[in-house]
Design a protein around this ligand. Structure first.
Ligand SMILES: Cc1ncc(COP(=O)(O)O)c(C=O)c1O
Length: 476
């Protein structure tokens, strides 16, 4: 205790608190490291630590995993994006034409800062272990590695996926798993197996645009069901659609949706499955982000609440292991046989070598260890990106706060044209995904999807600053 009745750590906390109050340290800034401040103030590291814990208790700073302490950005500065009502009352055709391809052809160039693509950075992936697995496969399973592996896919891989199924709340055996060329093929064959041209598909919106493109190419119609950026698909809105006309299938992203990051609660998942059952409608859940919960707890899937075997789970290892391996899988339940036939028609087989290598990687227990590191990295990258947005984007900006995955949904001030933001950002060497891709109605034009799949760096920091300037100039 000092003469003035204050503990030393309280005085240290006061020094840092003043830096925040005077704006020397701004929301999102990293506060001095424990060592740096202890040297500067000539106090022990333990005293600084105690001061930081006090400031953390007072909600002034927060610790970020593996990264240190940061000035907290109040949630008021980063409110969640708003749900946007779908005013369309009838099923629609999707008419994207080649918009998606055009946007991604430009955004995928190697020299742009990749805030637009939902890909993990290669440096986050277990390259050595995967390389070893591929070499072992070629050396020890040569014949299998170079031969067709017809559906349902490599038995050991299906067994490994079945072993993990308890984590998502279901109990399946290897015979119920179908291996696909990524989740993309899984989604396509799911749609082809449950619906035909002219049928109406209800899709949670904002929606992962590839599903909208599939609906377009398959000549189906879409009804878009609003989703809350925090809690997921609006069940009342879905129920209203069911009352209006027959729905052939429902497609949702229940765990860390792309683009919002929303996580549906177990109660909502159960209610969603019950609603689909009540209308005899299959539910397709795309779960590519499900393994990426920041708190490490694997959320359950809609399939966990499926009593009729009419939920189709689609997933892949693209966001966790290696997008280029093209290893995805489905649990088709009642539709498994139909999907297997469709898979055979679409692509005959999935690459044997990457299936075998993935099976080895899983079997040797590498996956869970890798996931621990990966989730931590994504969590820290998502936080850094959110803080960058809070600091550099204009007032009126809102951003989702996902608890898993690595995509974020950003609502820009009303009337800001995200297509123009996309074009100007690209000219500055930065890719973003404009909101209009996530609906057939064009109603998300003042939204952006940003992805935090790459480690934070000075380049990222500069990019978000530039992006903030672009948005500020374009905001009315
Ligand atoms: C939500 C979602 N589903 C599916 C996919 C496609 O996954 P895959 O690369 O396994 O085909 C992606 C990839 O961006 C995605 O974000």
């Amino acid at each position: 205790m000092q003469e003035d009745g204050k503990h030393l750590y309280e005085k240290v906390a006061e020094v840092v608190g003043n830096m925040v109050q005077t704006g020397t340290l701004r929301p999102g800034d990293k506060v001095p490291s424990l060592r740096a401040l202890s040297r500067k103030l000539k106090v022990s590291v333990a005293t600084v630590m105690q001061a930081y814990l006090l400031l953390e208790n007072r909600d002034l700073i927060e610790s970020r995993p593996q990264s240190g302490f940061y000035v907290k950005v109040s949630r008021d500065r980063l409110p969640a994006p708003r749900q946007k009502r779908n005013r369309s009352q009838t099923p629609r055709k999707v008419q994207f034409g080649n918009t998606v391809e055009t946007i991604f052809a430009l955004a995928n160039q190697s020299d742009v800062v990749p805030l637009g693509v939902a890909n993990p950075a290669p440096e986050l992936l277990p390259l050595h272990a995967l390389g070893r697995a591929v070499r072992e496969v070629m050396a020890r399973e040569t014949d299998h590695a170079i031969s067709y592996d017809f559906p349902p896919g490599v038995p050991e891989l299906r067994r490994q996926i079945a072993l993990r199924s308890a984590d998502i709340g279901v109990d399946v055996d290897a015979d119920e798993v179908l291996i696909t060329n990524g989740a993309t093929e899984g989604l396509m064959i799911a749609l082809q197996s449950v619906a035909k041209a002219g049928d109406v598909i209800a899709v949670a919106a904002p929606a992962y645009f590839t599903v909208l493109q599939m609906i377009e190419k398959l000549g189906m119609l879409v009804v878009e069901v609003e989703s809350d950026p925090d809690t997921g698909v609006d069940l009342d809105a879905l129920s209203d659609w069911f009352e209006r006309q027959p729905i052939a299938a429902v497609v949702v992203w229940a765990n860390f949706a792309n683009p919002t990051g929303a996580l549906m609660s177990d109660d909502n998942k159960a209610a969603l499955v019950a609603l689909c059952n009540q209308h005899d409608t299959p539910l397709i859940e795309d779960d590519v982000m499900g393994d990426l919960a920041f708190n490490g707890g694997r959320p359950r899937n809609c399939k966990a609440f499926d009593t009729r075997d009419t939920v189709i789970t689609v997933s892949s290892f693209s966001k966790t292991l290696a997008p280029g391996f093209r290893v995805g899988w489905t649990l088709g339940g009642h539709y498994h046989a139909a999907m297997m036939q469709q898979k055979q028609l679409n692509s005959s087989a999935t690459s044997s070598i990457t299936q075998l290598a993935t099976a080895r990687f899983l079997k040797h227990g590498h996956y869970d260890r890798h996931l621990i590191r990966l989730r931590r990295a994504y969590q820290s990258q998502v936080q850094q990106l959110r803080f960058g947005i809070a600091e550099h984007f204009p007032p009126g900006t809102r951003v989702s706060d996902p608890s898993g995955g690595f995509v974020m949904w950003v609502e820009l001030p009303a009337q800001t044209d995200s297509q123009l933001v996309y074009e100007k950002a690209l000219r500055s060497g930065i890719s973003v995904t404009p909101g209009l891709l996530f609906s057939s109605t064009g109603r998300y034009n003042n939204y952006l999807r940003l992805c935090a799949g790459h480690p934070w760096s000075d380049t990222m920091q500069d990019a978000i600053k530039t992006l903030g300037r672009i948005v500020t100039r374009l905001a009315p």
